[in-house]
Design a binder for this molecule. Structure first.
Ligand SMILES: C=C(O[C@@H]1C=C(C(=O)O)C=C[C@H]1O)C(=O)O
Length: 84
C-alpha cells in the first residue's frame, strides 16, 4: 500500500500539534517555577529581575539554537517575569 503525500503531511502535523501541546505545557510549568523564584526573592528583600542569570539563559538558548535562540529566550523570559 502506498502512503500518499497528504497522509504523510497529516500524520506529521498531528505530531507537530502534540509537540506544541507539550511545549506549551513546559512553558506554563517554567512560568510557575520562575514565579516561585521571583516571589521568594522579592519576599526576602530582593528584586524580581536578575540580569546576570538572564544573560546565562540567553547564552544557553543561543548556543543550542543559534541566533534565533536569543529572541526565543527573550520571549520566554518576558512570559515568566513580565516586561522590564
Ligand atoms: C527565575 C528567576 O527570576 C527571574 C526570571 C528568570 C527566568 O524566568 O528564568 C530569570 C532571571 C530573573 O530575572 C531567577 O532569578 O532564576
Amino acid at each position: 500500500m502506498t502512503v500518499t503525500p497528504e497522509a504523510t503531511i497529516a500524520d506529521a502535523r498531528e505530531r507537530i500539534d502534540a509537540l506544541d501541546d507539550r511545549i506549551i505545557g513546559l512553558i506554563q510549568e517554567r512560568m510557575a517555577v520562575s514565579a516561585v523564584v521571583q516571589q521568594t526573592r522579592i519576599a526576602s528583600g530582593g528584586r524580581r529581575v536578575h540580569l546576570a542569570r538572564e544573560m546565562e539563559i540567553l547564552g544557553r538558548y543561543r548556543e543550542a539554537l543559534g541566533k534565533p535562540g536569543t529572541p526565543l529566550a527573550m520571549t520566554l523570559l518576558e512570559l515568566c517575569r513580565g516586561r522590564i
